[in-house]
Design a protein around this ligand. Structure first.
Ligand code: HSE
Length: 286
């Protein structure tokens, strides 16, 4: 048996829609695999009842197919499905690493990015790699449309606050505008470049500033009950920037060192003010 762990991730980071991602130090999924004639899947842990075990409908089934590596696959979920924290990517990445080793396929972590992204297509209808790249490579990652990925180590405190509301990736993609104005394009490029510089310097102020996004985040914020209040509460508690994590509903805050606990409490209270229960992960780029 081979076991692998892959972390939760936060994609987009505001200005880097479908491009940027970070690995979170926790939570994480753990996947164990044993050789078998046909792929079978068993799921335990957070939200296990909502995850299909049919290999045709589960991300890890697609990964096993892509690697021609049939196996009995046990997924222990630490990352709740439909959280905006890369739940399916964590399973896909851990399965890709474990199956690669089980069958001695010899692929490197970068080679496994498009393999794990195949699994994402099962869930969202499109293969995008901005969650699987950080889940496999760690740190801050940038994916390109040719499936290439670059990763940068960084040191940054974060809070990811997960409310008890459901936002499907399909719905969240449905509200993304089809086009952008030149003014919004220029603003987004400036913010994305600022964020990248901030990641390279482990500078929470630059990263927080670079999260701003005039295009996708405002369209999606309306899908998350309480988002505006939670954002305001996190900023008032000392967050340097706040955005929707992935397709939502989690909300991500970038923190100055030492402010994480206060920001986590403020965000949970912000959701409570909107009548929504929430849990906050005090985490970091992993
Ligand atoms: N970049 C993707 C999105 C991440 O925002 O739709 C969610 O899978």
């Amino acid at each position: 048996m081979v076991t692998a762990r892959a972390p939760a991730t936060s994609a987009n980071l505001g200005s880097g829609f479908d491009t940027f991602g970070v690995a979170l130090s926790h939570p994480a999924d753990t996947v164990s695999v044993e050789r078998a004639a046909e792929t079978t899947i068993e799921v335990t842990g957070a939200g296990a009842d909502f995850i299909p075990t049919d290999p045709e409908k589960n991300v890890v089934g697609a990964v096993a197919d892509a690697l021609e590596a049939p196996a009995h696959i046990h997924i222990d979920k630490g990352v709740r499905p439909s959280s905006g924290l890369g739940s399916s990517a964590a399973s896909a990445a851990a399965a890709a690493v474990a199956l690669n080793e089980l069958y001695d396929r010899g692929y490197g972590r970068h080679d496994l990015v498009p393999v794990a992204a195949e699994g994402e297509a099962v869930v969202s209808g499109e293969a995008h790699a901005d969650n699987v790249a950080p889940a496999l490579l760690g740190g801050f990652t940038i994916v390109r449309s040719d499936d290439g990925a670059t990763s940068v180590e960084t040191n940054l405190s974060l809070v990811a606050c997960l409310p008890e509301v459901v936002v499907s990736t399909r719905d969240a993609r449905g509200v993304v505008p089809d086009s952008v104005s030149m003014a919004d394009h220029v603003e987004t490029v400036g913010n994305a470049a600022t964020l990248t510089a901030g990641m390279c310097r482990s500078d929470p102020r630059l990263v927080g500033r670079g999260l701003d996004d005039p295009v996708v985040t405002p369209a999606r914020a309306d899908l998350i009950t309480g988002y505006a209040g939670v954002r305001e509460a996190a900023l008032a508690a000392g967050a340097t920037g706040v955005t929707v994590s992935g397709a939502g509903p989690s909300v991500l805050a970038v923190c100055e060192p030492g402010r994480r606990r206060a920001i986590a409490s403020a965000m949970v209270e912000g959701f409570a003010d909107a009548g929504v229960g929430a849990r906050a992960y005090q985490t970091a780029v992993g």
